[in-house]
Write a protein that binds this ligand. Structure first.
Ligand code: AMP
Ligand code: GLY
Length: 421
């Protein structure tokens, strides 16, 4: 079968790497891919915002299945567009993608279906928000409604901070200023919970915890994710049941009731407070680096799962996992998430000797004249499966020392809650 993956991050390299285990794949394309996907797929340098060019390439090359990794093409309606041309696509449609594209869309569903979430208010202008903030308790959370790559969320300790956040959002920092969300601060521990769905039934797709902050001890600026581990230390059978019954299933029912359905990965960002789940946000895709952390644990054929979702036969499809612990550490360019140098060569990659349970997924990398260059903030993902998280981190550190990349940095404390306590 000829398959294409859209995206260029660690998530997409992991998807490609696990997909090519399937004997049914005859050719794999990645749009636009990175230096890692180049080794196992044909990278196609095409602007994925240009749906028409993309569609023409897919039809010309007889690609039979497309998997969409990142949120932007999903929220922009690429699934609906390609399906109009009878192309098989794994990913949610434009309406269902509002779960990530609009935080207010999700909050309204939470309210109607009594899905546990932080109490909230929706504000249309600075004046009303200011009045509310003058009399509220702190900390408080302010969110832009738009897709903001994780940056549109402010945790504010006092009135001044919250008012300046409101002004920034309404001044258009995250694009055209929509309404804003002000919500209660939830005090608990976060967990990422994943399912895959064919529109009729669902299957669990693992749990993880990522580290979003740039500095050790979970301090400093928010990033796309500096590392992750799977499974989450919080998951247990009772909590899993609550997450499915109180959060996931009511959400899928809500989508049905507005006349649509959910096909693809769904990622619930949860705050767990005393073994009770509260929904913080939905993402309509796998997480990055959670995907790199979870997928190597899969013991079933990933292509079969994608096809079953498109053909509505997920119920009869096996999704099996090994019970290893998985840890992922992200190597970034110095300066990330602010300014960093681009086109810096990464030498020594051939010095890293990966064992069977080790993976090295590329993110912001490019091949030129057989050399590999860093072109992004997050550059490489080191993943190891082991019986113990501590052991996985030791092996990853060994690999990072072997690479010894001058222009890079990484967090040495990924997984500290499951290792040091
Ligand atoms: P989001 O983009 O909605 O996932 O928010 C980014 C981060 O902000 C989350 O991963 C949480 O750490 C934090 N956060 C968001 N909403 C809340 C909340 N209501 N209470 C506490 N922390 C929150
Ligand atoms: N790791 C967080 C995300 O993918 O949104």
């Amino acid at each position: 079968m000829i398959v294409g993956v859209i995206g260029s991050g660690g998530r997409e390299h992991a998807i490609c790497e696990i997909l090519v285990r399937s004997k049914k794949i005859s050719e794999l394309y990645c749009f636009p891919g990175n230096a890692g996907t180049a080794k196992i797929a044909k990278n196609v340098d095409i602007n994925t915002d240009n749906f028409e060019n993309l569609k023409n390439y897919i039809l010309d090359n007889k690609i039979e299945l497309i998997i969409i990794g990142p949120e932007k093409p999903l929220v922009d309606g690429l699934v609906d567009y390609l399906e109009n041309f009878k192309i098989k696509v794994f990913g949610p449609n434009k309406i269902a993608s509002q779960l990530e594209g609009s935080k207010i869309f999700t909050k309204k569903i939470c309210k109607k279906y009594q899905i546990p979430t932080a109490n909230f208010g929706i504000f249309k202008n600075t004046k009303d928000a200011r009045e509310f903030l003058k009399n509220s308790g702190y900390p408080i959370v302010i969110k832009a409604d738009n897709l903001a790559s994780g940056k549109g969320v402010y945790i504010c300790e006092n009135f001044e901070e919250s008012y300046s956040a409101v002004k920034e959002i309404f001044d258009g920092k995250f694009g055209e200023a929509n309404d804003i969300l002000i919500e209660e601060f939830l005090n608990g521990e976060e967990m990422s919970f994943f399912i895959v769905s064919d529109g009729i039934s669902i299957q669990n797709f693992g749990t993880a915890q990522d580290h979003k902050r740039v500095l050790e001890g979970d301090k400093g600026k928010n990033t796309g994710g500096m590392g992750a581990y799977s499974p989450s230390r919080l998951i247990n059978a009772e909590l899993e049941k609550k997450i499915l019954n109180k959060v996931i299933l009511p959400t899928l029912k809500a989508l049905k009731e507005i006349g649509t359905e959910y096909k693809g990965f769904l990622y619930a960002g949860l705050m767990i407070v005393k073994n009770e789940p509260y929904l913080i946000e939905y993402n309509v895709r796998m997480g990055d680096p959670e995907c790199q952390t979870i997928l190597p644990k899969l013991d079933s054929d990933l292509l079969e799962i994608f096809l079953a979702c498109c053909d509505k036969s997920l119920k009869d499809t096996k999704v099996k996992w090994n019970n290893k612990k998985s840890l992922c550490v992200v190597l970034c360019s110095k300066g990330y998430p602010d300014k960093y140098k681009k086109n810096v060569e990464i030498e020594n990659l051939n010095k890293i000797k990966l064992d069977k349970l080790d993976y090295l997924f590329h993110a912001g990398t490019k091949v030129r004249d057989k050399k590999i260059f860093a072109i992004g903030g997050r550059v490489l993902n080191f993943v190891t499966l082991s019986d113990k998280f501590a052991n996985a981190r030791k092996i990853i550190n060994k690999h990072l020392n072997e690479l010894n990349w001058n222009n890079g940095f990484y967090r040495k404390d990924i997984g500290y809650k499951v290792i040091d306590e």
